[in-house]
Design a protein around this ligand. Structure first.
Ligand code: GTP
Ligand code: MG
Length: 198
């Protein structure tokens, strides 16, 4: 069994886009303009950074359906709780969660509910949370600073190690940082970092 890193967040936050950029498999995670597009757990294999022919899988990035989109009915919500909630709570190979939030609207009640869900895991030992403030291309420098500060402040209050960063799938702001953090969270830290080789 390989370690897993789950991308969670509100619908339309940019989870699939972040995974696409990270794995550079543009169409695999089905980024979409329609909120609620991702409906199942999608697993993407991460390869180690051995020379090309010798690469082996070292973990999975897991693209999860979003929560909190407007048209959610009871059935959809129950399905989400069962599928995603069950996965986040019980999955032993899950090493951490990347909480993807639109930098213009971070830490909404649905995000806080997700944080509470993660903090309720039986096994928080070695578990990490990474807040990915995405669509940073949509805001200016001052706002970026303020939002980063706000998220960092919230991070300090939580009972597990939390890191925070700005990101944009559009202009690739923060891509290296995300790549390094994902590798660390999967436990495959390497001086060079995966993806540094051509
Ligand atoms: N400007 C900007 N748009 C982005 C960025 N990342 C994603 N988007 C857009 O936001 C929309 C939603 O992106 P997705 O990656 O499909 O979002 P998701 O979180 O996977 O959504 P669900 O699967 O519905 O939960 C798409 O129109 C993307 O093109 C970004 O960094 N900047
Ligand atoms: Mg998606």
């Amino acid at each position: 069994m390989l370690p897993e890193l789950a991308f969670v967040g509100r619908s339309n936050a940019g989870k699939s886009s972040a995974i696409n950029i990270l794995t550079q498999q543009r169409r695999l995670a089905f980024a979409s303009k329609t909120p609620g597009r991702t409906q199942m757990l999608n697993f993407f294999t991460v390869l180690d950074d051995a020379p090309l022919a010798q690469r082996t899988p070292c973990g999975y990035l897991v693209d999860l359906p979003g929560y909190g989109f407007a048209k959610t009915d009871e059935g959809t919500r129950a399905r989400w709780n069962g599928l995603v909630g069950g996965y986040l709570h019980g999955r032993r190979m899950l090493r951490g969660v990347v909480l993807v939030m639109d930098a213009r609207r971070p830490l909404l009640p649905a995000d806080e509910a997700l944080i509470a869900w993660v903090c309720g895991r039986d096994d928080l030992d070695g578990f990490r949370l990474h807040m990915l403030l995405t669509k940073a291309d949509q805001i200016g420098t001052m706002q970026r600073r303020a939002i980063l500060g706000q998220a960092e402040h919230r991070a300090e209050e939580l009972p597990l190690p939390v890191s925070v960063q700005l990101f944009s799938a559009l202009d690739r702001t923060g891509l290296d940082e995300l790549r390094e953090t994902a590798a660390e969270m999967l436990g495959s830290v390497d001086e060079a970092g995966p993806g540094d080789q051509e």
